[in-house]
Design a protein around this ligand. Structure first.
Ligand SMILES: Cc1ncc(COP(=O)(O)O)c(C=O)c1O
Length: 480
């Protein structure tokens, strides 16, 4: 944002870019939205994008790209091995993030796969602020177990604590002391996705680094949304307001032994990479790349995307370009909170997060409140959000449900994609749904996959409540 003084003495935050390409949106009538979600097994992942009005499923791979990124894609050099574009990309990683060994992978979870293969063994643990779905899956597939130790404020959706992504360092030391050599690595996710897009402070990563040094354990940072994390450090952490985002990100990443990034998120392209300054770790990891990803100079990505990542990384930490979507998230979150809708506070990055347990207190957790609310929101608005609750967990070894700490619906705001009118529409339709929340009755399984079930699972509405919701909607708001 470009921040200037307004004529009333207030601060004006103005987007430091303009739009020159647009995509037409299509709002289906509410009855067709019901049909679409039924055909999709009440799972928003299975909707066709053409049936979606505002696609707020995720920021992954759907951020707006810059003119410079698109230009770089045209002049990218295709080569199986040794492409010039790859070296431009490694130079960008070194310039922006300060890491000199760069390993390309096809997306974030591919990084998690190879890092888990190298560091995790049967019986090992990985302490972390909080898991992400694919991270947990890869650590467990490698025989390990995650230990989540966020600060206590993180699990209280009302707490306005500035850095709810922080690790509880007292608990971390206990874990390091008791598991000793069975700690594969410590993982910090910056920003913490499933905690509601909440940032990690510089102070916290510094303290975690000290503990990692004391106990001889590597520190791995998942920086898939590190652009937003450093924005919040600058905005909220004492001592950082006058530093540039470029300086802040370098300091933050400097505490990590290994950094990995889903470039579908930070850098607004499609791909991913692992980076380190440790030659030993680099050599251990690269042996897996030709097996699972591709040759070392493309790692399963299109060279065009590699060119876009290089430019996107350089742009990601520019003060005038960052923050547009964060202002929209703040606006919607504060409006919903003011009207009594349960949302995760303070407004973070990635999206607006509804607390489905409080939104739908009449639903027990085995009826999947967050999944039900996500489907209902699509019917009531054409907005595609994402379930981030019980459906996003898999059952335990005995087939029992694992109920996560938070049962959330995430309404994502991809980078530079939506406008203020869209934000107003989100507020209006969520408020309408909140007034009619008693109509939402829960979901039951039709097909339940054994792993990462939220992606492909199919469900049905208990008692045909989708039909009642549509009838009330049509009578109050009309066919759209
Ligand atoms: C924090 C975090 N880590 C890892 C991933 C996985 O990245 P990808 O979807 O590129 O595989 C994501 C994806 O959303 C994420 O948010």
């Amino acid at each position: 944002m470009i921040i200037v003084k307004g004529r009333n003495g207030n601060l004006l935050k103005v987007d430091g870019f303009r739009l020159r390409v647009y995509e037409e949106l299509n709002l289906l009538p509410v009855r067709m939205r019901l049909k679409a979600i039924e055909d999709a097994g009440w799972n928003t992942f299975l909707l066709k994008a053409d049936d979606v009005f505002l696609d707020m499923l995720t920021d992954s791979g759907v951020n707006a790209m810059s003119d410079k990124q698109l230009a770089a894609m045209v002049s990218a050099q295709d080569a199986y091995a040794g492409s010039r574009t790859f070296y431009e990309f490694t130079k960008a990683v070194e310039d922006v993030l300060g890491m000199k060994y760069v390993i390309p992978v096809h997306q974030g979870r591919a990084a998690e796969h190879v890092i888990s293969k190298v560091f995790v063994k049967e019986g090992y643990v990985v302490p972390m602020n909080y898991h992400f779905t694919t991270t947990k899956a890869h650590i467990e597939l490698a025989g390990g177990r995650i230990i989540e130790i966020p600060v206590k404020e993180a699990l209280d959706r009302r707490s306005r604590y500035s850095f709810k992504g922080d690790i509880d360092v007292v608990k971390l030391e206990e874990v390091l002391r008791s598991y000793k050599s069975r700690v594969a690595f410590v993982r910090i996710e910056a920003l913490a996705n499933l905690l509601g897009g909440q940032p990690v402070s510089m102070r916290n990563i510094r303290e975690v680094r000290e503990l990692c040094d004391k106990y001889g354990v590597p520190l791995v940072v998942d920086g898939s949304m590190i652009d937003w994390n450093v924005y919040f450090i600058k905005e909220r952490e004492p001592g950082y307001s006058s530093k540039s985002l470029e300086e802040i990100v370098k300091e933050f990443v400097g505490y990590a032994d290994i950094l990995y990034i889903s470039a579908r998120k930070t850098s607004s392209a499609r791909g991913g990479f692992i980076a380190t300054n440790n030659r030993g770790y680099y050599e251990k990891i690269i042996v897996h790349i030709p097996v699972y990803e591709g040759f070392l100079t493309y790692g399963g990505m299109s060279i065009k995307e590699i060119a876009a990542i290089a430019v996107g990384l350089r742009e990601a930490f520019k003060e005038n370009l960052i923050g547009s979507e964060l202002e929209l998230i703040k606006y919607v979150t504060e409006e919903l909170d003011r009207n009594g809708v349960p949302v995760v506070l303070p407004p973070g990055g990635l999206g607006v997060h509804l607390d489905a347990l409080e939104f739908l207190p009449h639903l027990s957790r085995d009826k999947y409140p967050a999944g039900s609310l996500t489907a209902a929101l699509y019917i009531a608005s054409g907005i595609r959000a994402m379930e981030r609750g019980t459906l996003s967990m898999d059952r335990d070894k005995d087939g029992k449900e694992v109920y996560p700490d938070l049962e959330l619906v995430r309404i994502a705001f991809p980078r530079k994609t939506y406008l203020r009118s869209h934000a107003d529409y989100v507020v209006d339709r969520v408020l309408w749904l909140y007034e009619h929340r008693d109509l939402i009755k829960g979901l039951k399984w039709v097909y339940e996959p054994p792993i990462l079930r939220f992606f492909l699972g199919r469900l049905d509405d208990i008692g045909d409540w989708g039909e009642s919701l549509v009838k009330v909607y049509e009578s109050e708001l009309g066919v759209y």
